[in-house]
Structure formats: C-alpha cells, structure tokens
Design a protein around this ligand. Sequence first.
Ligand code: C2E
Ligand code: MG
Ligand code: MG
Length: 775
Amino acid sequence: MSRKDIERAAARSPGTDRVDRVGLVGAGVVVAVEALWLLVGLPAGALVSDLGALAVAGWAAVACAAAARRHPARVRRFWLLLAVTMALALAGRALWTIERLLGNSLPHTLPTGLIFAASLVTGTAALFLSVTAPRTTVGRARTLLDGVIVGLALVPIGWLLIFRNVSLADLDEPLRTAGLLYPTFDLMQLTILVAVMVPKRPVWLPMALLGASLTVRAVADAIYVAQVAAGTYQTGTPIDVLWPLSYLLIVVATRMPAPRDHGVTEDATEKPLPPWWRVVLPYLPVGGAIVATMLARDVDGHTPMPIFLSMMALLAVLALRQGLAANENLRLVVRLRKLAYADQLTGLPNRLAFTRKLRIALRGTDRVAVLLLDLDGFKQVNDRFGHTTGDTLLSGLSRRMRRAVGDDGMIARIGGDEFAVLVTGGRPLAPERLAERLLAALQPSPGEELVGVHPSASIGIAEYGPQHISHTDLLRDADIAMYAAKAAGKSAYRRCTQGLRESAVSRAELIADLRRAVDEQQLHLEFQPIVDLATGTVRSAEALVRWRHPALGMLSPARFLPLAEETGLIVSIDRWVIHEACRAAATWQDRVPAVTVAVNIAASHLRRPDLIATVTEAIAAAGLAPRALTLELTESALIEGSDVVLDRLRQLRELGFRIAIDDFGTGYSSLSYLHRIPATELKIDRSFVGRIPEDTRAYATVEMVTRLAGAFDLGVVAEGVETERQHEAVAAIGCLQGQGYRYGRPASLAELRTVLADTRPPDVPGVAESGLTLT
Ligand code: C2E
Ligand code: MG
Ligand code: MG
C-alpha cells in the first residue's frame, strides 16, 4: 500500500473531519482554561478540575473510537482498546467526582480503584495490539515481564523516596496503599511501550504521543502518591491539570495517519536485532531496587513488608523471565540447526548436511558410494506449469525416492533438481541396485503418464574403498558419471571410471590445471632405489615426479610432461623437483652419509643458463655437497645440445655435480660425441635390460655398453630390472648398479627410508664411504 492509499483510506467526510478538529481544539481549550484556573486559584477549583478531566477523557474515548473506525484493520483493535481505556478513565473519574461531591475528601474508593485497574489492563493490552508489538506469544510474554520487572523494581525505590518517613499505620486505608501502586503500573506500561515501539523505525507517531501521555500521567501519579503519603493532597491544585493533559495527548494521537503497512517483508529473518540497551533496560532498575531495599531497612535492620513482598515478586518474575529467555534460546538453536541442515521444501537433508555426513563417512574405513541424481526435464515443468506445480512435484518425487532408498542410504536434496544418496557401512547392496530402485520409483504411475509432467532422472555413481579421497573429489566423480548417464539418454545410471574422468578433462583444461599444479602443491615425488649390485646396498635413489590431479587422480609423467615441455612449464616443475629431492636426500644422510639423489632434467631446462644457479641453490639450501646430486639427462637432449650446453655440463661437473646419461642406447649417440660429454654414469635403457638374458642381441648390447662405460671410466646403472634372471644377468655382465621393480618400485619418501636402513651393510669397511664414487 502506498502512502497515498493510506491517506485516501484515512480520508473522511469533511463533516466528521470538522467535528474532529473542533473536538481537538475544544479539548485543548478545556485543558488550557483549567490550567489557568487552577494556577490563578479561582474558586471551585476542585469542580473545574473534575469537569475538565471528565470532558477531555470523554472526548478522547470518542476520538479513539472514531480512529478505530477510520483506520485499517491492523490497528483497529488498538484504537478500540484505547477507546475502552479512555471510557474507563471517564467512568472512574465520574465516580470519583460523585464521591467527592458527597463529601469524601480523598475519594479513592474500591469501585474507582477497580475501574482504574481495569483501564490499566486495557491500556496495556492496547500496547500489545499496536503494529510494532511482538507477534509471538513468547515475545509478548517477554515484553510484559520486562514491564513487570521495571514496575516492581520501582516499589522499593519509590518507597525509599516517598514513604520512608511515613509509618504504615498512617495509611489507614489499604485502598489508598493500593492507589499508591499507580506509578508502578505507569512505569510498567511505559517500559512496555518503549520496548514495543523503539526497535522499529520509523516510530509510529501515535505511539510516541501515547508515550508522552503515559509520562505525563506517571508524573501526575507520582506527585499524587507523594502528596497522599505526606497527607497534603487536595483536589483542585495545579497538578490536577496533568491528567486531562495526558488524555489530550491521546486525542492528538488519534489525528495522526495510520501506520505504513510493511506487508510481507515483515519476516522474522529480516527483523533487526534489538539494541543492547533494550536488552539491559529492564535490569537497570533492578540494581536500583536492590540498593533501595538495603537503604530502606529500619534501625533494627528489618525490611518493610511492602518492599519485602515486592522484592520477592521481583525475584520470581526475574526467574520466570530468565527461564523464558533460556527456553527461547534453546528453541532458537534447535530451529536454526533444522534450518541449516534441512531442505525447506522437501524436508530432506540439504547439501550442507550431506557433505557433513559424507566427510564423516570418508574418515572411516568402510567403502563409500555416492549416487548423484539429476531430474531430466524438470526445468521444463517449472517453465510450463509454474514454480508451485514444480515444488509440489518435487516434494512428491522426493518422498518416493526416500522410500526407494529406505535404510540403505541417506538421500539429500543438494540443489534445485539435484539429489544425492550416500551409501556407507559394510552393506552388501551395490550402488547400481540402488540406482535401479530409484529409477523405478521415479517411473510415472499410469495416471501421471497422462499429465505428461513426469521428469526422468540421470544417476552418476562414484564409489571408493577405504583410501584417501576428499569429498569434493568423490562428488566430482559422481558428477562426471551423472553427465555420462545424461548423455546416454534419459533414465540411466553410470559409474565413474578413469576413462570417463579423463574424457571429462580436455587438453586445454589440463594445461590450465598444470599451471596451478606447482603452486597448489599437487605435485609430489616418489623415489626409486638404485642398488649396488655387489653388496645389495641402497645408497642412491631417483626422484620421479607425479601429479595428483584434482579430478583425474594420480597422473604419471608420461601424461603431463609432454604438455609441460610444450608450454615451458617443465622448467618450474624441474626446479621444484630439484629442491624437493635435495631436501629429501638431506634427511637420508644420517643413515647413509654418502647418499646421492638423482633428478631428471628436461632438454629445455638444460638449454637455460640458470640451471647451474638452480642446482647450486638447491644443494646449498639442503646442506648437501654437490656430489650428492646426480642430474639425469636423456641421450637425445644431449645430442640436441650445442657447445654452450656442453660447456654448461663441464661447469657442473667441475662444481662436483654428477651427470648421468639416461635411457642410454635409445638415442644413437655416436661414440665420439659420448666422449665429449662430461658424464659420470650411464643408465642403460630398460628396453635392453628387459629383453635379457633371452635376447642375445640385447644381452650383447648391455655387455658392450658396460664395457664401453668402463673404458670411459663411467659408472653403469641397469634400468628396468624386473626379474631375478635379469638381475643375475646384469650382475654377471658387471653392471655396478641396478634399478627396477626387482629392487623396489618408486615409493614414498618414508618407504624409501626403510629400504635405506634395512640394507645398510653390516660391517664392510670402506663401503659406506666409498659408495657410488665411480670416477
Ligand atoms: P626415467 O628417468 O627413465 O625413469 C625411470 C622410469 O622407469 C620411471 O617411470 C620408473 O617408474 C620406470 N621403471 C623403473 N623400474 C622399472 C621396471 O622395473 N619396469 C618398468 N617397466 N618400469 C620401471 P616414470 O616414473 O613413469 O617416469 C617416466 C619418465 O619421466 C622418466 O624416465 C623421466 O624421463 C621422466 N621424468 C620423471 N620424473 C621427472 C622429472 O621430475 N623431471 C623430468 N624432466 N622428467 C621426469
Ligand atoms: Mg631418469
Ligand atoms: Mg631411464
């Protein structure tokens, strides 16, 4: 509703409007005249005061009733209750006037007391019906209790200020004492009003005026009580004008426009939190009350009975209020938890709940399977029939799926039309069976087929045994499989395979991923032992790089090194490998002082002048000697190399680094060229080693290369030794060292350490030190 609408709704016929305005002015004049009359002290002040109060209270009741008729339904009951309140004030004052005219000097009798008490009830109720009042029962109770707390806390304070020197015996009539509670109730109402009004902005003007009216009345009541206690009260003094003034403020309030409709946006989640002082407010007077109670004790240390009673009541109300708050907090926590972990529409666990469960499951030792289900064609349903139909369909389908899954898994709604099922524990049920059950459950029943709004589903399955995998990897695998299922046609399921995984990642994506791999620490090293064939000792290992791709899992160098070479990323990869390998070797030194680690250097890296800086930095950082690092270069890389490259190799050699020619025998290097390369060892390619001893030509080649190496004063490593026979053959030929699955597969750093330890020669003097010094 716009402001204009409100004004139009609030518009009234010119006639009634005039009456209203005249009424307001009239009431104002009455108050002004009464004030003057009483101030100047003209005769019959008491009567004037009574008549003035009756006139304004009466008009206020009429004006409130008129406002109730005029205003929108939201505030109608608020005005009606205020009208009743004013009518009660009128009645009470009328009774009072009659009593007074009958000669009662303090006409506060039981009936007037009851009528005023009733007006307090209706006035308080009106506050709770204002637009800004709390909507919930708990909220209302809390606000009411806050008011009661402040009101009760005022009793000891008021007592201390007003009644300290009045003995109870002087207050002959208990009703008078009851009348003295008015300021207490005023303050209670005022507290409630502030609590109700202030947290909402903009403040609705009539509420502010009501607050002003209450304040005026509180002041009047306080003075009245003080005077009655002191025995000085008389009707017809200037303070009498305060009551009609408080009614006049309500008449003014009725002239204000109706509050703006905040409509549907007025929702609990958007409600601002109350300011801190609003929370503390009710407790401030409690402190005052405690101090007042202590001060009010008489000489014997007794606490006056009214104070004692009010303090006990205060304690009880405080306890109630705390209990309410604690209970509310608990319920809020429960609700929040439900909100956080449940899907609002279907009531199923949501994505958050699902991933939480999945992560917990992955920490265990059981197999974990995830089924990812996407409804095909659900979007069309939404588009054609609207979201309400879509929602109904969705909750219906989710019920059927939940039934289909039963106790065999946990189904969650993890997206608009995406569901996931988690299967854990040592269940015999294959995820495929569950997928079939889900698809069957989604088959339209005969009636539904006619309507034609029935989507089918595609299901992707990913399953892992007890091994390290992140929940994101598992979900991604399920996602890949789900798309494969979609591609296969509707109502299908697929299980994720390595092939699917790889086809899901394009070459361009792989290059992009590789760029991040070094920074995001996805690379990792494995070490393969190199064995001294004579002693069986392991004093060297080759570092081999692996890539733990976020989507494809562990990739071998063959999968990504060609890409790395093409893009130049190989240099940063090699650098990382060199540093890591040196760091690793440094940790082996305590077991094998003469340890060496071999790293592979790409051809393009060899062509870069900064290679020397890289390797010297790496050994320095690890605290190794240069001879602890072997650089493996392929034969082909060396053949391509220019004189500059040869020069660089010579420098490396002079610095003390070891240089191995890797995959020797595959690159057709001429013997003369070999002579120029400052190598320290040859690694005979595994294509030869793998064929011995049966293949005589291969055998001859290995034999020849070994002899050749001896002639050039080079060490020899036989690569790819897999079998016992191959081992015996290369040992018989006279190879110094061997590398291959026969001795150990590439393994983690920790595993290599155990090999290094176990094979430490018992007591061969000099061996540990001489080690791999082949030159
Ligand atoms: P390479 O330098 O000849 O490394 C030996 C390869 O043979 C390794 O393969 C190793 O796992 C494998 N191997 C070892 N023993 C046996 C065996 O008994 N039988 C068989 N069939 N294979 C065996 P991997 O780790 O796949 O590495 C392949 C190639 O990738 C390496 O060949 C090397 O040229 C390159 N490479 C590996 N790591 C790096 C690196 O950090 N930087 C560079 N530039 N290249 C690397
Ligand atoms: Mg190598
Ligand atoms: Mg090799």
